[in-house]
Write a protein that binds this ligand. Structure first.
Ligand code: PMP
Length: 441
């Protein structure tokens, strides 16, 4: 018998994450199935997926190859520990990931989410310095408007005030670079903004405020996604790389959103020609069909840990579900699918069309900026007097009523569809967003 989802009668028990719960429970937005570019809502409407779920369903929904792989793995190996034992798929998937990551980032540590990947990367950075006899390197540097998940490490280096300010004292020894959003200079830029590379020099200033030899790592999203799509200014990431190199500081790219083709290359590192020392990923790793994240580390970082007696654990870190067989199976199938259908190239091929389509909304009501790169677009709206975030929120609600799923961060609409979107569907998505902006005017 096929599973028949129904609308639940009781909405009390589920406490929704990152959601205004009281509003939601009055007007629930429920989706009950998904295929390719569409969700189906509980009231039977087709909803065009303008956000790839949460930037994660890169190849479109319920792809048969991935579904089959998950089924097979659930039947044959429901679970295997990856402490002291392992399932062969974990090695296969790690090898496939290492083929996509820039050299020399060839060592893969598995987690279950982006948040766990971030905390893992920070811990690897700290432990690496200690293993090399530089245990004084404990300071971490993030960036304003950075989003690095919700673990205590991630919110400490993250730069979203509301994700931090009610959760106590967080990690100590953390500084933040300024964000790179310069609307006065860069508004309505197509692709990478011209202005702002010099903001990277703030890193030099911050490390000089301390002793540079006390700084362990800098973590940034190459393109900040969750805080409204901040595309790095031309030359900015290269400058960060140079400053890190000058002081022996590790550079971590959080590629949870940008990984697996979102910018038309496997990772943003390749798009921008800057190689970090550690890299986090999640979301598209399994096409989001099973939760999974990972950290890619430089070969020599891994090798630094491989000393001491062989029976002794080299890194005291890991999760029960690290390299879960079902996630590995989904990951292998997803990466094979990306390759076979050349989906990263498809993003690169669609970018110009997408760019013009997103910027075509410049004359819609209340639009104050538009940004884009790869298959990502942001439409920033003028906030309503006295009610910041309300216009954006209303736009999201209205879009769902009109048959499109979009993402909003306060008054910024972010669009990031699955890579299989057609040009007609791009037009349809933009037409819906335009109608919505007229409606919420
Ligand atoms: N880092 C970045 C850059 C992200 O965008 C996200 C999720 N949007 C995370 C980390 C956290 O990932 P997760 O929600 O899987 O924990």
């Amino acid at each position: 018998m096929t599973y028949q989802p129904s609308v639940p009668n009781d909405l009390d028990a589920f406490w929704l994450p990152f959601t205004p719960n009281r509003q939601f429970k009055k007007e629930p937005r429920l989706v009950v199935s998904a295929k390719d570019m569409h969700y189906t809502s509980a009231d039977g409407r087709r909803i065009l997926d303008g956000s790839a779920g949460l930037w994660c369903v890169n190849a479109g929904h319920a792809r048969e190859r991935i579904v089959d792989a998950i089924k097979r793995s659930a039947e044959t190996l429901d679970f295997a520990p990856s402490f002291m034992y392992a399932n062969p798929m974990a090695f296969e998937l790690a090898t496939k990931i290492a083929e996509l990551t820039p050299d020399p980032l060839n060592r893969i540590f598995f987690t279950n989410s982006g948040s766990e990947a971030v905390d893992t990367a920070l811990k690897i950075a700290l432990a690496y310095h200690r293993a090399r006899g530089e245990g004084q390197r404990t300071r971490l540097i993030g960036r304003e408007r950075g989003y690095h998940g919700v673990g205590f490490g991630g919110i400490s280096v993250g730069g979203i005030v509301k994700n931090r300010n009610v959760f106590g004292s967080l990690l100590t020894g953390v500084d933040h670079l300024p964000h790179t959003h310069l609307p006065a200079k860069n508004a309505f830029t197509k692709g990478e903004p011209e202005h702002g590379a010099e903001l990277a020099d703030e890193l030099e200033r911050i490390v000089q405020l301390h002793d540079p030899s006390t700084v362990a790592a800098v973590i940034v999203e190459p393109m900040a996604g969750s805080t409204g799509v901040l595309v790095p200014p031309k030359g900015y990431l290269k400058r960060l790389r140079e400053i890190c190199d000058a002081h022996g500081i590790l550079l971590i790219f959080d590629e949870v959103i940008t990984g697996f083709g979102r910018l038309g290359t496997a990772f943003a590192a390749q798009r921008f020609g800057v190689t970090p020392d550690l890299m986090t990923m999640a979301k598209g790793l399994t096409n989001a069909a099973v939760p999974m994240g990972a950290v890619a580390a430089r070969d020599d970082i891994y090798e630094t840990f491989m000393t001491g007696p062989e029976h002794v654990i080299e890194l005291f870190h890991g999760y029960t579900y690290s390299a879960h067989p079902m996630a590995c199976a989904a990951g292998i199938a997803a990466l094979d699918l990306y390759k076979e259908e050349k989906l990263f190239d498809r993003v690169a091929g669609l970018e110009d069309y997408w760019q013009e389509a997103v910027h075509g909304l410049a004359d819609a009501p209340n639009v104050i900026d538009i940004r884009n790169i790869g298959l990502v677009g942001a439409i920033e709206l003028k906030a309503k007097e006295g009610a910041p975030g309300k216009r954006g929120f209303d736009a999201m609600v209205r879009a769902f009523e009109k048959g499109a799923m979009i993402r909003v961060t306060a008054d910024i609409i972010a669009l990031s569809p699955p890579f299989i979107i057609s040009k007609d569907q791009i037009d349809e998505l933009m037409a819906t967003v335009r109608e919505v902006l007229e409606d919420v005017e």
